[in-house]
Structures are given as C-alpha cells and as structure tokens.
Ligand binder design. Structure first.
Ligand code: FAD
Ligand code: N01
Length: 544
C-alpha cells in the first residue's frame, strides 16, 4: 500500500461502480494507491446498469456525456446518436472497465450496509450485507444521486396480481409488452421516455399522471462520421468550455432541443400576446427557450407557461386530453428539464388512456388495476416510473458512523450538510462524489464526476506526500458553504414555493425540504475547489 501509515488493508474503499466509482478507481490506481470497489450490482455502469426501461437514454449530447481523461478513449469510442440510448452508454461503461482492466479491483454482488470510522486506528471499516469487512485509510461514496428507486406507498399495492416493474430497477432480460395491458404511474423524465416506446407494442397503456410536466422535443438523430471527427478535433476547446460553463454542456453543433439557431434575446415581458402566439406557431416548444427572464421572473415564467400550454393544445388532437396534459400552477424550469421523443403524439394513439389524477387521485391498487376517485382502470402489468430518493437516499441507507459513533443519518436529519458536497464534518477521510452541495444533478454529471475525482485524487496524493493521516472539515465551514448554496438558489425557479421537485426532496414524504444541489455552475464551483486546494485545503484540517 502506497500511503502505508495505518493498519488499513487498502488506501481507499470505494462504494459504487458507476461512472464515479470506476473513474475514482482508475485515478487512484494510476497514482499507485491500493483500492477496493464494492458494488451491489453484478457489473459496472450504475444508472445505466439499473435503468434499462424502454426508451432510456441520456439527454446530454453523448460526445459531451463522456469522459475526457483519456485522449485515446475519447477518440476510439464512436457514439452512434446525438443522445445515446441506455444500451450504448452501458456498452461504453463496459468498454472503460475492459480497457482499463478495472474489474479486478471491483467486488460485485456486494451491498455495503455499514461504514464506520475506527478512531483509534484512523481507518474506515466498510461492512457488507454478507458480513465481509474491508478497511481503508479513505472511504469514498460513489453511490450515485439517483440510485435508490422510490416506490410510493399506495394502499393495496401488495394485492396486485400481475407483473410489477420499476423503471429504475428494470429486468436485464427486458419485457415483452405485446398482448399486455399496462398501467404506468409517473410522468417524470423516466415515464416520459418510456411511455412512447411502450405504447408502440402494448395492447393498451393507461398513464396515471399526478403532475403534468414541461417537456421539450429532443430532436435526437444519428451522428455522422464527419460530425464525430469534427467534434473530436475540437475536443480540447469543447472540454475547456464545458469545464468553465454553468451546466457542463456546450451543445457544440448538436442542434440540441432544435433551438440551435435561436439566439436568446429580449425579455418575454416585452412581447405582446400576438407575437408570442406567432412564435409558438412558427417554432413550437423551442420558442420558449428564447427568453432569458423566464428562469428568474415569475411573471415572465407564467407567460412562457402559457406559450407552452398553447403548443400542447396544438399537438394533441382531443382538446380534453390536451387540457389534462397542461402543466399549471408551478413554474417551468423548477424541476429537472425533461426532453422527449413523440411524447405528446403518443396521446393521439387509440391504445393510450391518460388519467389526470388532479381530477381524482389514486385510492388503491387492486389485483387487476387501480381504483381512482374518478373510476377503475383495469390492466395486467404495473410500472412504477416514480423516481428516486435522490441525492441523500443511497448514503442514508448505509449506516455511516464517524467520530465517536456519530451517525450521518442523525446529522442529516434536518437535511444534508456538507462542505463543497465533498466532505462532512465529524467524518474524517470520508468523501462523497457529486454529493449534496455540489453542482452534481444540475450539470452534465460526467463533467462533475471528473472534477470531483481529480480533486480527490490530488488531495490523497498531497496527504500521502506530506504524511498527513487525516483530513476533516468543520461544522462552521459547512455553515458558510450551505449559506452560499442557499443564497445562489434564492430567487431562481428551483426554490419557488409552488415547486415540488426531487431537488428539494419534495417527492419523498417526510424528507426535509432543502434545495440540495449547488446552482452556481460547474465553472464557478471548480474555481472555488481549486482555490481551496491552492490555499493548502482551506476549510479542512489536515493532521499527521
Ligand atoms: P450511479 O451511476 O448511480 O452509480 C452508483 C452505484 O453505486 C450503483 O451502481 C449502485 O448500485 C451502487 N451503490 C449504491 N449504494 C450501494 C451500496 N450500499 N453498496 C454497494 N453499491 C452501492 N446525468 C447526466 O448528466 N445526463 C443525463 O443525460 C442523465 N441521464 C440520466 C438518465 C437516467 C434514467 C437516470 C436515472 C439518471 C441520469 N443521469 C444523467 C444522472 C446519472 O445518474 C449520472 O449521469 C451518472 O451516471 C451517475 O454516476 P455515478 O457513478 O455517480 O452514480
Ligand atoms: O422521477 P421523477 P424520474 N402517485 O421524480 C410521480 C433523471 N433521469 O425517474 O410530479 C402518482 O422526476 C411523480 O408525480 P409528481 C433526471 O435527473 C433523466 O422520472 O410528484 N404519481 C412524477 O410524475 C430525472 O429528473 C433522464 O406529482 C406519483 C413521477 O412519478 C430523474 O432521473 C431520464 C406518485 C416521478 O418523476 C428522476 O426522473 C430518466 C404517486 N404516489 C431519468 N409518486 C434523461 O432523459 C410519484 N409519482 C436524462
């Protein structure tokens, strides 16, 4: 072991073998550290291993939703579409595992249940469901922001007699939907991607929608070899821009969202109703992307929502169905943006029924369907597209104990507290990748993952070189960071009173309502992390 200052078996124990855990392993191994990765699934890929539902794909251009750390890797992997589907992204994860020989340090089928800091020894003991212990100087949680599927508690759910699936826990062998009558609960990103594809083959599909979403057409298309080569030769510039940007996305020549030729211009508040109507007629949903005041001004936002609803009524043939699909009462841009392929068009199909739960909610699940206040809907297969216990879910499901048996779950009872989304006071040598308080889910996650992993690997090398054994932040430093995270989120649509997003924990009953990610942008955040490191890891105490 390179940093052999303790009794630990490994320099680092990493939990999770999605993109975060894989890159952390690669990076630490490259620096000469010994690493063990523990993963519940039986292979790599994380999100893309679990979310195999029909229609699953990323909504960031794949040439950008990819790692930049290896020049060879980014040259040799040829993405086939602007936004790749789940099988291709999982293929990419597997390629990385093979190419860099990662699997030899990953133990699959291994669920971590406890991580305890052994204060006297200065090591972390990470324990698994099957009773194995692994010790490390450092413990890195690469457990994912969207890795714990949420199945809502609904009366009678255990009585359903047909097949039950969750989009976030989809069977590897897939599902043959022909001859099935399917009910699907949820119209977030997962539901909106799955519904059009399932509707293609199913006998009948009933969609249970509690809140209609704002979703934009994806305009996905195949990538030409010519485009790929051009993008590859522009990679140095693309990667630099990504790192300095707000969301880690450049959108380089991708025609992302069909709005490539639209320059954001005047405020929507300065337009007339007629002008807006004409624009929607000409440009469809993309027209709404023109205006910069929509994200910060509630009045401007409501005008954009009106434009949106007017376009919904254009796309949907039956105006009663259109009315059901219209989002109302909460701002556009408060939830994670959703993009789709033929979502609204699906409701023009004869084999699709939309149940607007605003007109009468779910009362119970029966053996053969769902009873709502507006009637009974019969089907033989039930799909939950009901999202995740996001950002804190995976961490709080592990019994994490820091100094003096201090429990993370207790410390976070009123909401997550971190410094930079990287560390938590009372938990020395313990790190979270893309933790709450970092840009994480508001960004192209691969950009954020690379930044966190690079920063952590440099820190661990620094500590080893200078013979520091522990690093720890303090609650006062956390307070300052949390105040900053809250300050930048104020006044944005993300924190509007009428917004109930998983960013705020609002999708999980009883979860504290706290805006968890950092909205300041990946560029600003990176600068801050670099300054912290340059100042000798300001805000952290390093001890020998
Ligand atoms: P994950 O991929 O979630 O991996 C975490 C791993 O940790 C999992 O394999 C899990 O099994 C394992 N784990 C968790 N707890 C334990 C435990 N106790 N013991 C052992 N193992 C454990 N982001 C984007 O930027 N762009 C996109 O277009 C995009 N699309 C998405 C589409 C879907 C359907 C979903 C669900 C998410 C999407 N995301 C997207 C976010 C996505 O989660 C990240 O981009 C990225 O894949 C996260 O990688 P990760 O390694 O941090 O976490
Ligand atoms: O989950 P969600 P998701 N009764 O929480 C409904 C990423 N992702 O899996 O809005 C009835 O967004 C709930 O209703 P409401 C992306 O970050 C990306 O779809 O709470 N309905 C909602 O409609 C995304 O944001 C892609 O009223 C219930 C739905 O279930 C994140 O993952 C694709 C209910 C849940 O929506 C999560 O998306 C997929 C109940 N009891 C995922 N409980 C890309 O395209 C919940 N709902 C990149």
């Amino acid at each position: 072991m390179k940093g052999d200052q303790s009794k630990a078996e490994f320099d680092a124990v990493i939990v999770g073998a999605g993109f975060s855990g894989m890159y952390m392993l690669y990076k630490l191994r490259k620096e000469g550290f010994s690493v063990k990765v523990l993963e519940t699934g039986d292979d790599v890929g994380g999100t893309w291993y679990w979310n195999r539902y029909p229609g699953a794909r990323c909504d960031v251009p794949s040439m950008e939703y990819s790692f930049s750390f290896s020049e060879k890797l980014q040259r040799e992997w040829a993405w086939s579409e602007v936004m790749a589907g789940q099988p291709e992204i999982l293929g990419y994860a597997n390629h990385i595992a093979d190419r860099f020989d990662l699997r030899r340090d990953i133990q699959f089928n291994t669920k971590v249940t406890t991580a305890r800091f052994e204060e006297k020894l200065g090591v972390w003991t990470v324990s698994t469901e099957s009773g194995e212990d692994f010790t490390g100087r450092f413990c890195v949680m690469a457990t994912g922001c969207l890795s714990v599927p949420n199945t809502p508690v609904i009366e009678g759910a255990d009585k359903f007699s047909g097949d039950i699936f969750h989009t976030g826990f989809w069977p590897k062998e897939g599902v043959d939907f022909s001859k099935r009558r399917v009910g699907i609960i949820g119209t977030g990103s997962s539901g909106i991607q799955a519904i059009p594809v399932i509707a293609e083959t199913v006998e009948h599909l009933t969609v249970f929608q509690r809140t209609p979403n704002y979703t934009m057409p994806a305009y996905n298309k195949p990538l030409t070899e010519e485009f790929r080569q051009k993008a590859i030769s522009n990679y140095p510039e693309i990667r630099r821009e990504q790192r300095e940007s707000i969301a880690g996305i450049v959108g380089y020549g991708f025609g992302f969202g069909g709005a490539e030729n639209i320059e954001p211009e005047d405020q929507i508040l300065k337009t007339t109703a007629e002008e807006r109507e004409k624009l929607v007629e000409a440009e469809g949903f993309a027209a709404i992307r023109r205006y910069l005041d929509v994200q910060i001004d509630p009045e401007a936002n409501e005008l954009a929502c009106e434009m949106y609803r007017s376009q919904v009524s254009r796309v949907i043939e039956d105006q009663q169905v259109a009315e059901k699909l219209m989002p109302k009462g909460y701002p556009i841009g408060c939830k994670r943006p959703v993009i789709d392929t033929n979502y609204y068009e699906t409701y023009n199909k004869k084999n699709v029924t939309l149940v607007d739960l605003r007109q009468g909610g779910i009362e119970e699940i029966a053996a053969n369907g769902i009873q709502t206040a507006q009637g009974f809907y019969e089907f033989d297969t039930l799909i939950y597209a009901t999202g995740f216990d996001a950002m804190t879910g995976a961490l709080e499901r592990i019994n994490i104990e820091g100094r003096s048996g201090f429990k993370l779950k207790d410390y976070w009872a009123a909401g997550p507290r971190t410094y930079l989304g990287l560390q938590i006071s009372g938990f020395p040598n313990f790190f979270t990748i893309t933790g709450p308080g970092s840009p994480s889910v508001l960004s192209n996650m691969l950009v954020s993952i690379e930044q966190h992993v690079d920063w952590l690997a440099e820190l661990i090398s620094y500590m080893t070189k200078h013979q520091y054994s522990t690093i720890e932040t303090s609650s006062a430093v956390e307070d300052e960071w949390i105040a900053h995270v809250n300050e930048v989120a104020q006044g944005t649509m993300f924190t509007a009173k009428s917004c109930n997003s998983w960013y705020l924990g609002a999708n999980i009953p009883g979860k504290p309502r706290i805006f968890m990610p950092y909205v300041g942008g990946v560029g600003e955040y990176r600068k801050k992390c670099d300054e912290v490191a340059a100042a000798g890891y300001e805000g952290f105490s390093l001890r020998s």
